[in-house]
Write a protein that binds this ligand. Structure first.
Ligand code: 5GP
Ligand code: ZN
Length: 114
């Protein structure tokens, strides 16, 4: 279930290139194009969901899997001294790409606080 006009659906399909760091049948993770920290990854489901706000009980396994990937990918990317996960949700949450994504930010300070 993908949305034709969605940037992250296109990245998930490979129609738009990205620096992928992880992929399985449900999820991909790639480097943010405009990193706010030395390590800045985005973890997304391949299936389109506008935001966290539309996800519920049925998506618990998917969300759990995405969240559990954060420490694994942070470590692989070299964020060995801590990291931050952020899910901007909706207009007032500062979400700019309307396909749910988990930001994983880390690496040596200083870096921008989101
Ligand atoms: P949001 O503000 O929606 O939480 O975050 C969207 C993120 O997607 C931003 O950090 C932005 O830099 C990143 N982004 C936007 N367009 C692209 C793109 O084409 N490729 C990649 N890799 N990241 C993108
Ligand atoms: Zn999408």
């Amino acid at each position: 279930m993908q949305k034709d006009d969605c940037l992250f659906c296109k990245i998930a399909k490979g129609d738009i290139p990205s620096k992928k760091v992880y992929e399985d049948e449900e999820v991909i993770a790639f480097k943010d194009i405009n990193p706010a920290a030395p390590v800045h990854l985005l973890i997304i489901p391949k299936q389109h969901y506008d935001s966290l706000a539309v996800m519920g009980k049925n998506e618990e396994p998917l969300l759990g899997k995405m969240l559990a990937l954060a420490p694994v990918l942070a470590k692989e990317a070299g964020a060995n001294n801590g990291f931050r996960v952020v899910i901007n949700t909706g207009h007032d949450g500062g979400q700019e790409v309307n396909h749910i994504h988990i930001h994983v930010l880390g690496g040596p300070r200083p870096w921008t606080k989101l």
